[in-house]
Design a binder for this molecule. Structure first.
Ligand code: SAH
Length: 380
């Protein structure tokens, strides 16, 4: 990255040929900004000022960087760019959830969802769900994003950019209380960009979100879990479990054929998540597939003694799949079995289902051409 920036600036300054692709500022960390300023003949504190303009203030134009001298602003404006995504479409659910479709520089689209959540005192707070890839390569059977296949990785700038752009759409005085990496894509399959984005968002001077209010959800890429937890200590980790036996999980989550439940759970038991943190295990509930009393008992056994929390997520529907959502009573019965076994278990209320903004319902409709007329599916 640094080399890349250096050579672009050098080419630009030497006037050999116009820089074809300006440097993307959003997604650079403080060190990179300091070094970029150094290469442009500016002192290190300029880099720190730019860091603050980008992330704490979230400016969208160079002219807003009022403590940067005009001359340098102009130079920066020639060599670098600010925003990597623009709002393509937005839709609003009856429950207050909003979905944003962003268009990236190459025309690809990704989605973020802002979700109103009430805390125990009934106070409304916003959560933001962001994407880490265009599409996804994991192929989970019950997930709409999987139907798109994998298109490309997002850069750290495109991940952080979703937060910055969504924050600009908040009303004055509002902020995002929680940020979850639960949109399109598998974060640990885009390791470097995800780690960088998390570090920027949780940087004390970025005015983003605290580590304890940021959660990354992974399908469970066992070989990267430990490195991830060490790279961003204190950040919440959610692991998509979805079944308590290898046969069922292998059908639902293909990655289970590479790392089976034993490998996954053994690794989770060893993860240095910190004293006060619990791993969240997500469990999508599919009627007749993984929602029986026996499944609940097997799950309790599998997680015995592990400091964790189970989050039951009744499946959010989309057409063209054989899956069905179980009834509320079945979900509650399942949850009671887990509680009786001493586990912490909650049920996630789906938000934004009517605008296909709930978990596993995010996809670029133009990339869906599977059976069942999926192309027509997106209500946008
Ligand atoms: N790749 C990450 C993030 C995926 S989205 C992961 O696998 O964890 C966040 C959660 O929603 C995951 O647990 C995912 O399995 C779940 N999910 C996917 N499709 C769903 C659907 N249609 N209904 C409910 N949950 C779904």
């Amino acid at each position: 990255m640094k080399q890349d920036v250096k050579s672009k600036i050098a080419t630009h300054q030497a006037g050999l040929r116009p820089a074809t692709r300006p440097v993307e500022l959003v997604g650079m960390d403080e060190e990179e900004l300091v070094s970029l300023c150094g290469q442009m003949g500016e002192p290190p504190y300029r880099g720190r000022q730019i860091f603050s303009w980008l992330y704490a203030h979230g400016v969208s134009e160079f002219s807003q960087m009022t403590n940067i001298p005009k001359g340098f602003r102009a130079k920066l404006g020639e060599a670098a760019r600010l925003e990597a995504l623009e709002l393509d479409r937005e839709s609003k659910s009856a429950d207050g959830t909003e979905k944003y479709v962003w268009r990236l520089r190459d025309g690809a689209r990704v989605e973020s969802v802002r979700i109103p959540m009430r805390n125990v005192n009934g106070v409304m707070r916003w959560s933001l769900c962001i994407s880490t890839q265009v599409g996804c390569a994991m192929g989970c059977a019950f997930c709409l994003t999987a139907k798109m296949g994998f298109i490309r990785q997002l850069t750290a700038g495109e991940i952080v950019g979703q937060f910055l752009a969504a924050r600009r759409l908040l009303a004055r005085g509002e902020r995002f209380h929680n940020v979850v990496f639960m949109g399109m894509g598998e974060p640990l399959d885009n390791f470097g960009a995800t780690v960088k984005a998390v570090r920027i968002l949780t940087h004390p001077r970025a005015n983003g979100v605290s580590a304890k209010r940021l959660t990354v959800s992974t399908v469970g890429i066992v070989s990267r879990l430990r490195d991830f937890v060490s790279a961003v200590p204190g950040v919440g980790l959610a692991v998509s479990l979805h079944a308590a036996d290898d046969e069922t999980r292998g059908k639902l989550v293909p990655v289970n054929r590479k790392w089976n439940l034993r490998a996954l759970i053994d690794e989770c038991r060893e993860l240095p998540v910190g004293e006060r943190r619990r791993i969240t295990f997500e469990y999508v509930m599919l009627r007749g597939v993984n929602d029986s009393k026996r499944d609940a008992k097997e799950l309790s056994k599998l997680l015995e003694g592990l400091k964790c929390k189970v989050n039951l997520m009744p499946w959010n529907p989309f057409p063209g799949t054989p899956f069905e959502r179980p009834g509320d009573e079945r979900v509650e019965e399942f949850r009671r079995i887990l509680l009786a076994a001493g586990l912490v278990a909650t049920t996630r209320t789906a938000k934004g289902v009517d605008i296909l903004a709930a978990c596993g319902q995010l996809a670029d409709s133009s990339r869906l051409d599977g059976p069942g007329g999926l192309k027509q599916l997106n209500p946008l």
